[in-house]
Design a protein around this ligand. Sequence first.
Ligand code: MLT
Length: 235
Amino acid sequence: MSRSIEVCLTPELVHLIDFTDKLVIVVDIFRATSCMVAGMGSGIESITPVATVEECLNLKKKGYISAGERGGVKIPEFHIGNSPFEYMQPDLIGKKVATTTTNGTLAIKKSEEAAEIIIGSFLNFNAILEYIILSSRDVIIHCAGWKGTFNLEDTTFAGGIISSMSQLKSESDASYMSRILWKKAKVFGLEHLLMNSAHAHRLQGMGIENDLQFCCQFDEFNIIPKVVGTELQLI
Ligand code: MLT
């Protein structure tokens, strides 16, 4: 039987999809999973995604670097916010990081039924494709979206992955829509398309255009962060 690849457009839809035995790729392009890939690709030892600010502060007391945001804004008591540039600082090399974000860490938590959870972004796009090719599992791309709703950037990423995997079966309208978005990205340019997304507008208001441009780059890191127990590790 041929393998399948599907997209879950938001964490609100997980109850409609069977994650059992699946390889799940969690994606939050702006910016949680881009930060995770940039940080682990730059030498962070592990990242522990947690659901709440309180859990993150508890891990801070145990010596973790605390990271994350709510609504895109850094939590005042945390060491760093949710910028890939903060995650790539040399003084984080070899450190353990705990993070909580509005949507990205929630999507990881809501993937827990899966056989394997890995972290995707444009920054490790090709590494993700290679991992899928070598796997024997059916695949679900779990888009973090925004507060339970669909978003452009994560769905475009899903379209890019699914379009590159034409040997895998993918029959839903969600998958078809994601591939249409990917075609648009190829015509207009990925960055141009995604700069018109709602979250890009939100973040532009905070003056962090560099983050957005960085998150639209391909294959800066040839790595796969994977959920192992409670934390992300490189495999
Ligand atoms: C999230 O998890 O919702 C995001 O990464 C928000 C952000 O841009 O900081």
